[in-house]
Design a protein around this ligand. Structure first.
Ligand SMILES: Nc1ncnc2c1ncn2[C@@H]1O[C@H](COP(=O)(O)OP(=O)(O)OP(=O)(O)O)[C@@H](O)[C@H]1O
Length: 269
């Protein structure tokens, strides 16, 4: 870690995390820090526990051991009120948007807003429409049901819902999976723009090398049940570990490097 990184504000700290399902140990002694305002890309082979890590930090599963501190709150010791306060500061977007199929897009985005006391229906609808427009969906999309949307639109709707309460942190699980290359690039740019404009911290699980190049400030690699290494894309190219080397030096990585060398890149840490 550089001196600059050490001075930065840690908004999520994970120490000694252990996750286990039956006899299967997914994480063991996993440590990770995430800094305010950064976009952290989390990569790793299939089944290395990227989504489980996301769900642990987002408070959706309880780890077997370890400490997770989010915005200064030790989640293992926090009472229900503290958990709710953190939930209001964090938004989660799942791969397929995870929308309620019986609700319109606007009603889906209104779901978290219902937690806010004193917000009448009219204002709630206005706020939902604002989020819908922030993620680049047309105004009329608010009246549609998830089944009436394309996959990319459903992802945007899921992102609008994740942003409903103006969180400080958003968790994105494979945001570009299943999108065509143009849709994926558009979504990458949306994430970067929102992160910059809203000063969001983004925890982003992805397999998409273009996303890593175009969007992420830092990358964390999961392997051997822990975070093996963190650093910039440049740092990853120098890592002497078989999986990391193959991933970042393979033909797809080279193609992503060439493509993204011609576009604007985020500042490294
Ligand atoms: N609720 C659960 N019950 C039992 N096992 C689980 C559960 N959730 C995840 N696992 C297991 O934990 C391991 C890690 O799963 P996870 O979904 O985090 O992997 P991943 O790295 O996100 O994989 P992929 O890249 O394929 O999406 C897998 O072996 C999975 O089967």
């Amino acid at each position: 870690m550089t001196d600059t990184a050490q001075k930065r504000d840690v908004v999520i700290s994970v120490r000694g995390l252990r996750n286990q399902f039956g006899t299967q140990v997914v994480h063991d002694g996993l440590d990770l820090d995430i800094y305010r305002g950064e976009i952290l890309g989390v990569v790793g082979g299939s089944g290395t526990g990227k989504s489980v890590l996301l769900r642990s930090i987002a408070g959706l599963i309880t780890p077997a051991a370890g400490e997770i501190t989010v915005l200064g709150t030790d989640m293992g010791r926090a009472d229900e009120d503290a958990h709710n306060a953190i939930a209001a500061q964090t938004g989660v977007m799942f791969q397929d948007g995870a929308l309620f199929s019986s609700l319109t897009v606007r009603e889906n985005v209104e779901v978290p807003l219902r937690m806010v006391h004193g917000l009448d229906g009219k204002l709630r609808r206005k706020l939902a429409d604002l989020k819908i427009s922030m993620v680049g969906l047309p105004y009329l999309a608010g009246d549609k049901y998830p089944s009436e949307l394309s996959g990319g639109m459903r992802k945007r709707a899921g992102l609008a819902r994740a942003l409903a309460l103006d969180p400080q942190i958003v968790f994105l699980d494979e945001p570009t999976a299943g999108l065509d290359p143009i849709g994926a690039t558009d979504f990458d740019m949306l994430i970067r723009g929102l992160s910059r404009d809203l000063d969001l911290t983004v925890f982003l699980v992805t397999h998409d090398l273009d996303t890593l190049h175009a969007v992420c400030d830092r990358i964390a690699v999961l392997a051997e049940r822990r975070v093996l290494v963190t650093g910039t894309m440049q740092d990853m190219l120098d890592v002497d570990h078989p999986w990391v080397h193959d991933y970042f030096h393979g033909p797809r990585a080279r193609a992503a490097l060439t493509t993204n060398d011609t576009t604007t890149k985020p500042q490294g840490t």
